[in-house]
Ligand binder design. Structure first.
Ligand SMILES: C[S@@+](CC[C@H](N)C(=O)[O-])C[C@H]1O[C@@H](n2cnc3c(N)ncnc32)[C@H](O)[C@@H]1O
Length: 307
């Protein structure tokens, strides 16, 4: 299976679907959420599904998506949400619900040659859009020690980020290049702190987030999503780690990812969303048992203010 959707019922319920509404799935992947969302639409109802991954695009060429008049696939980064939707003829402020299920799919992680996993020996790629941009190998080869330290410490919370960054620089100084996940794992093994699986997960997560500018893309997306939503429209986001969750939480509360409360001239606090669900929804034990990825999932929901 390409990907088992997480918090499926909860996220679709929270979108408050109407058959003739306009919806966006910003992270189509294997279409796990999209196929159920699409099944509720009819007539003028539309689902615009985004994914920057070429393999995800191929899923959109299969039933029930191919040829479905209610379905439009947009092969783009969701950070360009507004521009891409506008070019499809969708008016600003007219979308009834937007779903984003962040991160990478099981298919991407389990496909060795994509380089996302320390479980396989493969080229250090890690790009979701593998036709464009720096690979993980480029990052490890081009970044200074300070930049690498920032990546490991801020994006992966790697405890000895400085030591690891220096080890990479020393490796480069011998004239060698880190080209494969196996070579990176070898270097990590010499600098491990704490449990091996945790350390490797943190290093690989940090690199993946840097390669795909995941936090930057999320910040751009949230801003566009608010503009594109109709008053009363719903934003539903599933996050998988604290950094992206904090951004979403801040944005829902204040309208900016830093979480700075903005007041107008009269001292009124600017509230771009009505908080629909204060605490994030989490998966139950049964779902977690069937799909361990659901363990870290947090579903956040907000409704765009009506005035
Ligand atoms: C967790 S999977 C989504 C799975 C999907 N909900 C399902 O049930 O099949 C995330 C997907 O979003 C895509 N993605 C992540 N960040 C993206 C971005 N900035 N722009 C477009 N697609 C993105 C990935 O390529 C991946 O296919």
């Amino acid at each position: 299976m390409y990907h088992e959707p997480v918090l499926l019922k909860e996220s679709l319920d929270m979108l408050g679907l109407r058959p003739e509404g306009t919806y966006v799935d910003a992270t189509f992947g294997g279409g796990g959420h999209a196929r159920h969302l699409l099944a509720t639409l009819s007539g003028n109802g539309r689902l615009y599904a985004f994914d920057q991954d070429e393999d995800a695009r191929k899923n959109a060429l299969t039933p029930p998506f191919a040829g479905n008049p209610c379905f439009v696939f947009v092969p783009a980064n969701f950070r360009h949400l507004k521009r891409m939707l506008r070019s499809e003829g969708v008016a600003t402020g007219s979308v009834n619900g937007i779903l984003a299920d962040l991160g990478v799919s099981s298919y991407q992680i389990d496909t060795a040659e994509r380089g996302f996993s320390y479980r396989f020996d493969a080229p250090l790629d890690m790009r979701m859009n593998n036709r464009d941009g720096n690979t993980a190998a480029d990052v490890l080869q081009k970044y200074s020690a300070d930049e690498l330290q920032r990546v490991f410490s801020e994006l992966g919370e790697v405890r000895n980020a400085r030591t690891l960054a220096r080890a990479i620089l020393q490796f480069r100084e011998t004239g060698q290049t880190l080209r494969t996940t196996g070579e990176l794992v070898g270097l990590c093994d010499k600098n491990l702190m704490g449990e091996r699986w945790r350390y490797l997960s943190q290093v690989f997560q940090a690199l993946r987030m840097e390669v795909n500018d995941e936090l930057g893309a999320l910040a751009d997306f949230l801003k566009d999503a608010h503009e594109m939503l109709a008053p009363g429209g719903r934003l539903v986001v599933i996050t998988y780690h604290s950094l992206e969750d904090r951004l979403v939480k801040n944005f829902i509360k204040t309208g900016n990812v830093e979480g700075n409360v903005v007041q107008d001239f009269y001292g009124n606090i600017d509230k771009p969303f009505v908080l629909t669900v204060k605490k994030p929804i989490e998966a139950g034990e049964t779902e977690i048992k069937n799909n361990p990825r659901a363990r870290s999932a947090k579903l956040r929901v907000a409704e765009k203010a009506k005035t």
